[in-house]
Design a binder for this molecule. Structure first.
Ligand code: R5P
Length: 287
């Protein structure tokens, strides 16, 4: 199988294609002065299984580049094409919250499905579990990197407790707590605006504990920072934060002094991508 990469996931794709039976593919990608992409497949792919890895922190550009690579592979006669989108953008608008809203996740998945034979994601926001799913009638395999994040923190925390910053993340927190062998709970979160949330704690006693806040993604950081402040006010001895997708749209600097450690996976390349998902993808990708 030949593994290609969009410009967003080059390092990750190198790690994936270094595994047995996978071969790196060569694609030329550049942008014209008006920002349109030019894509040319340089490896011979006729009759071969191909995978393309591209995360989407810069959603619109990354998506178009990915589609052009997928389309190019099809035109060059690839036998089958797997679209691997470790961080799938537009996944938070997965339903109509208000009348008239576009269901962005369905549209984006629908386009990816048109251009590929198989879709693989890592902890897609609208799915609570790992496995094969058919959201909107579109088949996709969702990989779970939370166990890897939990393993990263396992030996670092002396008196741990895992905290989900909202009810939606409690399933992942529960699994992580099993790996770390500790208790878990969740906070009540109310979103006030795009970058402001309010949080409260119910019965949980975090006094003297090493709290690990786990979330699928960190975007502005508002959720993690608010949770960390609350846990400290409630007496936590230390507060760490882990996530799968570190977008850090407002930078990493704002976490300084708020958390003792922060770590995410390399679905997105950041200064704190301490957990590798290359093997996880390499195991799932062979066709
Ligand atoms: C929301 O449901 C997600 O799981 C994250 O909690 C959220 O996207 C984090 O956003 P931010 O870092 O901007 O608070």
């Amino acid at each position: 199988m030949i593994i290609f990469s969009g410009s967003q996931s080059k390092k990750l794709a190198e790690g994936v294609s270094a595994q047995d039976d996978l071969e790196p593919g060569v694609v030329e990608v550049r942008q014209f002065p008006d920002s349109e992409f030019y894509v040319r497949i340089l490896s011979g792919v006729r009759g071969k299984s191909c995978g393309v890895i591209q995360s989407m922190p810069d959603p619109n550009n990354n998506l178009v580049e990915m589609l052009l690579i997928l389309g190019g592979l099809r035109d060059c006669g690839a036998k089958n094409i797997t679209a691997v989108v470790p961080y799938l953008a537009y996944a938070r608008q997965d339903k109509k919250f208000k009348e008239g809203e576009a269901v962005s996740a369905r549209t984006i998945l629908g386009i990816l499905d048109e251009f590929s034979d198989r879709i693989i994601t890592v902890n897609s926001h609208f799915l609570d579990n790992a496995g094969r799913f058919k959201p909107y009638g579109i088949e996709l395999e969702n990989l779970d990197a939370f166990p890897l994040v939990a393993e990263y923190f396992r030996d670092k925390l002396k008196n741990p407790v895992v905290i989900a910053p909202d009810k939606g993340a409690v399933g992942y927190a529960k699994n992580a707590a099993r790996i770390i062998d500790c208790d878990f709970d969740y906070l009540e979160k109310t979103r006030i605006s795009d970058d402001k949330v309010e949080m409260s704690i119910k019965n949980l006693d975090v006094g003297g504990k090493d709290a690990l806040i786990l979330d699928d993604m960190i975007s502005t950081g508002g959720t993690i920072i608010e949770a960390a402040r609350l846990l400290r006010r409630k007496g936590a001895g230390s507060v760490s934060a882990g996530c799968v997708h570190g977008l850090f749209t407002k930078g990493l600097e704002r976490f300084r002094g708020e958390v003792d450690e922060i770590a995410c996976t390399d679905t997105l390349e950041t200064g704190v991508s301490k957990v590798g998902v290359g093997e996880l993808i390499a195991r799932a990708i062979p066709y």
